[in-house]
Design a protein around this ligand. Structure first.
Ligand code: HEC
Ligand code: HEC
Ligand code: HEC
Ligand code: HEC
Ligand code: HEC
Length: 479
C-alpha cells in the first residue's frame, strides 16, 4: 500500500478550530439577521394594516385609503403615466386617423366621429366627459357604470327609490339605484359622482377582500353560469352548475380568490349593451362568452346598435371584450388571472405588493411574465408582438373584405336592387362586422387568445366574401 503523504497534524487542527469558530459565528450572525429580518417584516406587515384613517362604504376618496395603504395608493396614482407600446399602451391617439377604414366602417354611428386608444384608469371619468360621443350625442347615466366610482350613488338612489335602509340591505339598494341611475340623462347622473375607479370598487372597506360591485357583472356572470358554455377555469361556476341552482350564481359568495383576480376586471372590460327603455347595462352572456354566442343572443332579442350609414345593415358595435376573449385562451385555461399579468407583485422592502399601476404588461414584462416564463424580457416582448403583428395583418384583410361588401351593397342599392335582394348581403355585413369589431375593440391585439382571435377573423372574412358574392349576383340579376 503506498504511503499516504504524512499530514502536518498540528497546523491542520488549528486551521480546523479556526474554521469551526468562524462557521459558528457565521451561523449565529445568520440566525440573528434572520430573526431581525422577520420581526422587521412582521412589524412592516402590521404597520401597513394598522388603520390610520377610517374607511367606510362612503369613502370614495382614494387618498383616505392611501393613508392605510400607501404603497398600493402610490402605484394606483401612477395610472396617469402615458407610454405607448407597438400595439397598445396609454397614449389616447385617435384610432380613426390611425386606420381611416373605420370612419366608413362606423358610418352613421357616434364611433365614426371620435374613437380613441384607451389609457390609464385615472382618466376614465374625464375622458368620458370629453368624448364627442358624449358632447354631441345624447347618452344615459348607464355610461357611468364603468367610468366612475358609482357605488355610493347607486345605494343612495336605491334607498330614495324605496329599497330598505341599513347595511344588511346593501345589495337591494345597489341593484335598485343602478336601475334608477341608468335611466337618468348623462348630465344629471354625472352630478352624483366625482371620482374615477377607486379602492371601494374592488375592495370591501371592512376586510380589504376583493369583491364585485358592478350590477352588470353580477347579472351577467349569473346568466353565464346558467348557460351551456364551457367555463374554463371558473371552478366556482362549475360547482354552481352541479348544485341545486336554487339561487343565482353569486361571485361574492362563491368565487375563489384566484377567480376574483379576474372578476374584478370583468366588471368593466366586457361587451355590453343598454337594454330597453331604461337603458339597463347588460352583459349579453346568456348563451355563453364566445363571439357567436353573444351574436346569437343579440339576434334573439332583436338588437342592433345602429343602421349602417352606407349598407343599411342592422349593425352591432363590439366593446372591449377583454374578459370574454381572455376566457377562451390558454392563460385562462391554466388559471392565470388578469391581475397576474396586469398587477404583478413587486417587492417593496420586505413586502410583496400588488402593483396597482394597471397598464400594458409589456411595459413591465420582467415582473409580469417571468414569474412563470423563464425567457428574457426581450424574448417575451417578441413573442407578444409576433402574435399581435399576425393578428393585425389578418384584421386588415377582414377590414378590406368588409368594406368591399359595404361598397358593393351601396352600388347595388344605387342600381335599384330590391330591398328583398339586399337582405342577405346585409345580414352577412352584420355578421362580418360583428366579428371584425370583436377583435378590433378587444385591446390586446390578439394576445389574450391568439387562435380564437384568428378563428373569429377567419369567419369575418368568409362572411364578408359570401355577402360580397351575393351582392354582385343580386346587382347583376337586376341589370
Ligand atoms: C398572460 C398575461 C395576460 C393576462 C392573463 C391578461 N392580459 Fe391583458 N394584456 C396582456 C398583454 C401582453 C397585452 C398587450 C399589451 C400591449 O400591446 O402593450 C394586454 C393588453 C390588455 C389591455 C390593453 C392595454 C394597452 O396598453 O393597450 C387591456 C385593457 C387588458 N389587457 C385587460 C385585460 C383583462 C381585463 C384581463 C383579464 C380578463 C387580461 N387583460 C388578462 C397580458 C395579459
Ligand atoms: C361595461 C362597462 C362600460 C360601459 C357601460 C361604458 N364604458 Fe366606456 N370604456 C369601458 C372600458 C373598459 C374602456 C377601456 C377600453 C377601451 O377603450 O376599449 C372604455 C373606454 C371608453 C373611452 C375611451 C376610449 C374611446 O372609446 O374613445 C370613452 C370615451 C368611453 N369609454 C366612453 C363611454 C360612453 C360615452 C359610454 C356610454 C355610452 C361608456 N363609455 C360606457 C367600459 C365601459
Ligand atoms: C380594479 C380593482 C382594484 C382597485 C380599484 C384597487 N385594488 Fe387593491 N387589489 C386588487 C387586486 C386584484 C389585488 C390582489 C388581491 C389578491 O390577490 O388577493 C389587490 C390587493 C390589494 C391589497 C393587498 C396587498 C397587496 O398588495 O396585494 C391592498 C392593501 C390593496 N389592494 C389596497 C388598495 C387601495 C388602497 C386601493 C385604492 C387606492 C386599491 N387597492 C384599489 C384590485 C384593486
Ligand atoms: C370600473 C370599471 C373598470 C374596472 C373595474 C377596471 N377597469 Fe381597466 N379601464 C377602464 C376604463 C374605462 C379604461 C379606459 C380609461 C380611459 O381611456 O380614459 C380602462 C383602462 C385599462 C387599461 C389601459 C391602461 C393604459 O395605460 O392604457 C388596462 C391595461 C386595464 N384597464 C386593465 C384593467 C385590469 C387588469 C383590471 C382589473 C384589475 C381593470 N382594468 C379594472 C375601466 C375599468
Ligand atoms: C401565472 C403564470 C403565468 C404568467 C404570469 C404568464 N404566463 Fe404565459 N403561459 C402560462 C401557462 C401555464 C401557459 C400555457 C403553456 C404551458 O402550459 O406551458 C402560458 C403560455 C404562454 C404563451 C403561449 C400561448 C399560446 O397561445 O400558445 C405565450 C406567448 C405566453 N404565455 C406569454 C406570456 C406573456 C407575454 C406573459 C406576461 C405578460 C405571460 N405569458 C405571463 C403561464 C403564465
Amino acid at each position: 500500500m503506498p504511503d499516504a503523504p504524512a499530514a502536518p497534524a498540528a497546523p491542520s487542527r488549528k486551521l480546523l478550530f479556526a474554521f469551526v469558530v468562524a462557521a459558528l459565528a457565521a451561523v449565529a450572525f445568520a440566525v440573528m439577521w434572520l430573526f431581525g429580518n422577520i420581526s422587521e417584516r412582521k412589524a412592516e406587515a402590521k404597520a401597513s394594516f394598522v388603520r390610520l384613517a377610517e374607511m367606510t362604504e362612503e369613502t370614495v376618496d382614494p387618498s383616505v385609503w392611501g393613508r392605510n395603504f400607501p404603497r398600493q395608493y402610490d402605484s394606483y396614482r401612477r395610472t396617469v403615466d402615458v407610454e405607448r407600446t407597438k400595439h397598445g399602451g396609454s397614449e389616447a391617439f385617435q384610432k380613426l386617423d390611425d386606420d381611416p377604414r373605420w370612419k366608413e366602417l362606423f358610418k352613421g354611428y357616434a364611433f365614426g366621429v371620435d374613437y380613441r386608444e384607451e389609457r390609464g384608469h385615472a382618466y376614465m371619468l374625464s375622458d368620458q366627459d370629453m368624448t364627442e360621443r358624449v358632447k354631441n350625442f345624447k347618452q344615459p347615466g348607464s355610461c357611468l357604470h364603468c367610468h366612475a366610482s358609482v357605488v355610493p350613488a347607486y345605494r343612495k338612489k336605491g334607498v330614495e327609490a324605496g329599497a330598505p335602509a341599513g347595511p344588511e340591505h346593501a345589495r337591494e339598494q345597489l341593484m335598485k339605484g343602478f336601475e334608477v341611475v341608468c335611466a337618468m340623462p348623462y348630465g344629471e347622473a354625472r352630478k352624483l359622482v366625482d371620482h374615477p375607479i377607486t379602492c371601494l370598487d374592488c375592495h370591501d372597506p371592512a376586510t380589504m377582500a376583493l369583491r364585485v360591485t358592478r350590477p352588470g357583472f353580477l347579472d351577467g356572470i349569473a346568466a353565464f353560469a346558467a348557460s351551456d358554455d364551457a367555463a374554463h377555469h371558473m371552478p366556482s361556476v362549475e360547482r354552481w352548475r352541479k348544485g341545486s341552482r336554487a339561487q343565482p350564481y353569486d361571485p361574492n359568495e362563491s368565487a375563489s380568490r384566484q377567480e376574483m383576480r379576474s372578476f374584478v376586471c370583468g366588471q368593466c372590460h366586457v361587451e355590453y349593451y343598454f337594454a330597453g327603455e331604461k337603458k339597463r347595462v347588460t352583459y349579453p352572456w346568456h348563451k355563453g362568452l364566445k363571439a357567436e354566442q353573444i351574436e346569437a343572443y343579440y339576434d334573439e332579442v332583436g338588437w342592433k346598435d345602429w343602421k349602417h350609414g352606407i349598407s343599411g345593415a342592422a349593425t352591432l358595435k363590439a366593446q372591449h371584450p377583454e374578459f370574454e376573449t381572455w376566457s377562451q385562451g390558454i392563460h385562462a385555461r391554466s388559471g392565470v388571472s388578469c391581475a397576474d399579468c396586469h398587477m404583478p407583485y413587486k417587492r417593496e422592502g420586505a413586502m410583496k405588493v400588488s402593483d396597482h399601476h394597471v397598464r400594458s404588461p409589456l411595459l413591465n414584462a420582467a415582473r409580469a411574465c417571468q414569474v412563470c416564463h423563464h425567457e428574457t424580457d426581450e424574448e417575451m416582448k417578441t413573442r407578444v408582438e409576433t402574435i399581435q403583428d399576425r393578428t393585425r395583418a389578418l384584421m386588415t384583410r377582414a377590414e378590406d373584405a368588409t368594406l368591399d361588401l359595404v361598397h358593393e351593397i351601396e352600388a347595388a342599392a344605387k342600381d335599384g336592387t330590391s330591398e328583398a335582394d339586399l337582405a342577405k348581403p346585409r345580414a352577412m355585413h352584420r355578421k362580418a362586422q360583428w366579428r371584425l369589431d370583436f377583435v378590433a375593440a378587444e385591446n390586446s391585439m390578439g394576445f389574450h387568445a391568439p387562435q380564437e382571435t384568428a378563428r373569429i377573423l377567419g369567419e369575418a372574412i368568409d362572411y364578408a366574401r359570401q355577402g360580397h358574392a351575393d351582392a354582385i349576383r343580386a346587382r347583376a340579376a337586376k341589370r
